[in-house]
Design a protein around this ligand. Sequence first.
Ligand SMILES: [Zn+2]
Length: 88
Amino acid sequence: MKKYDVRLMTPYVSWENIEAEDEQAAIAQCTLEHWPFFGPMSFLAIEVETVVEGEECPHCGENRMDWLIWNDAGEIKCQSCESAYSID
Ligand SMILES: [Zn+2]
């Protein structure tokens, strides 16, 4: 499953971390769940880079690359739940 940030430019609003099969599915999910009165064409879906399976945060499941940052101790610090972990 890929992850997307879905955005509407005017007015600016965004939903992050949407799990979906593709861009259309991500947009469909947002319009359905959040703002059904906007048509699907209004939205822009941007695919988010995720780490390979097994490297996601063991505590909260975060797998977005930008949210998992190597620290000086050689561990990965999860920006979602603030925990640090190492991978073999
Ligand atoms: Zn986490």
